[in-house]
Design a protein around this ligand. Structure first.
Ligand code: FAD
Length: 371
């Protein structure tokens, strides 16, 4: 049996960011991952580090997303210095591109509400009409009435980020155990045992960060994590000359020249396939917004499963019945990676989630039967 200060279950963007955050504080950490056949959102996402529109009705989540945007430059530089792996992060701001006047009005209403809810924190955004938008986004189509611009937004290469987190974790002394699917967690005096088929990992703390595998694992230690899959499909084009560095809700150009076209949101259970009608819809919306895309070949399309809580907000929870057991999940694992490494890793190391983050606890899902 191997003993650690913390055993993190899940080596996706969430588990890896937390593991890195714990290891950079000097804890001895084991990060277990199920392996290549697992459902892995982190290998299929769009790569936005996005704030615009996040946290409607939950100002703490809006603040949390903005904090990520503030922390990302330092976080990306730290990882690159440590590992030599560049996450290709940039924060030029981002655009919600509208395909109709009604859609544009909806974006403005949403951002005005966020501005009101932000109070003294303020919330910057600009409304761009077609002409102003064309200056910032060469090639935008004539049918686009405008967009909203938010300076907090950016993008990164999510696969490189994942690689950097794993490399940074190992550089800080962490130990990665791939192909080790946790089968159960057993609590004992002073800690937890995580059983895989072949091994047992002993940890003073255990962190359930297994994405869609979390509900099954957390239950044994009082962590009922109510997540479900929400499918998304994406496409990527062949490379072409740089056009714009500004990421948008529909399309972003990578530093290598490809355009990523996104994305769908469908309840398809655990289906990770691609489907022609969905891809057609994505292609139609993206090429209306950016007609030049019609001249580029799509080289790959894929589906992946988001990990969704009922209200769409993240979970940062410590078990009441089994202190020392934590659950962490979210559907913005690229955006929040900086916070997970720099903040949440510290909370878990200290054994306490700050009171102001209680809104992200599991208690919010406890619904008492009506009297
Ligand atoms: C189409 C799409 C687009 C997205 N776009 C963005 C975006 O632009 N910006 C953004 O911020 N986020 C985006 N996301 C969300 C982001 O990808 C996820 O929030 C993030 O990847 C979640 O990371 P995770 O580690 O929780 O989950 P996963 O990547 O699913 O990782 C979970 C890990 O747990 C492991 N595991 C499961 N069960 C066990 C077990 N029993 N034992 C051991 N290991 C186990 C699996 O092997 C897996 O590696 C997008 C997601 C999708 C699907």
């Amino acid at each position: 049996m191997s003993s650690f200060d913390a055993v993190v279950i899940g080596g996706g963007l969430v588990g890896a960011a937390l593991s890195y955050g714990l290891a950079r504080r000097g804890l001895a950490v084991a990060m277990l991952d199920e392996g290549d056949l697992a459902l892995r959102a982190s290998r299929g996402d769009f790569g936005l580090v996005w704030v615009q529109g996040k946290g409607l009705g939950q100002p703490e989540y809006a603040r949390w997303s903005r904090r990520a945007s503030v922390q990302w430059p330092e976080f990306a530089a730290e990882l690159a210095d440590l590992t030599g792996v560049d996450s290709v992060y940039s924060r030029p701001g981002g655009l919600l591109v509208a395909l109709s006047e009604a859609e544009l009005a909806g974006y403005v209403e949403m951002l005005e509400t966020l501005r009101r809810e932000a109070g003294n924190d303020g919330y910057d955004y600009e409304l761009l009409d077609h002409r102003a938008l064309s200056e910032r986004l060469p090639g935008v189509g004539p049918e686009v009435p405008g967009a909203t611009y938010c300076p907090y937004d950016g993008h990164a290469n999510p696969l490189r980020l994942l690689r950097a987190l794993h490399a940074g974790f190992v550089a800080k002394g962490g130990r990665y155990f791939p192909e080790q699917a946790a089968q159960r967690i057993e609590a004992h005096d002073g800690g937890f045992r995580v059983h895989t088929e072949a091994r047992v990992f002993d940890g003073a703390r255990v962190v359930v960060a297994a994405g869609l595998g979390s509900p099954k694992l957390g239950a044994a230690v009082g962590l009922a994590v109510p997540v479900v899959p929400l499918q998304g499909q994406l496409m990527v084009t062949e490379r072409s000359a740089p056009r714009f560095d500004l990421p948008t809700n529909l399309v972003r150009q990578t530093n290598e020249g490809s355009f990523l076209l996104g994305y769908s949101q469908e309840d398809l259970g655990f289906d990770i396939g691609t489907h022609a009608p969905t891809l057609r819809d994505i292609a139609w919306r993206c090429s209306r917004a950016f007609p030049f895309l019609r001249d580029l070949r799509v080289v790959r399309a894929w589906g992946a499963l988001r990990i969704m809580t009922p209200d769409g907000f993240p979970v940062y929870a410590q078990s009441v019945s089994h202190p020392g057991a934590f659950a962490v999940t979210c559907h913005s694992g690229v955006t929040l990676a900086a916070n997970h490494a720099l903040d949440v890793g510290g909370w878990i190391a200290d054994g306490a989630i700050p009171a102001e983050q209680a809104c992200f606890g599991l208690e919010r899902f406890d619904v008492s039967p009506a009297a």
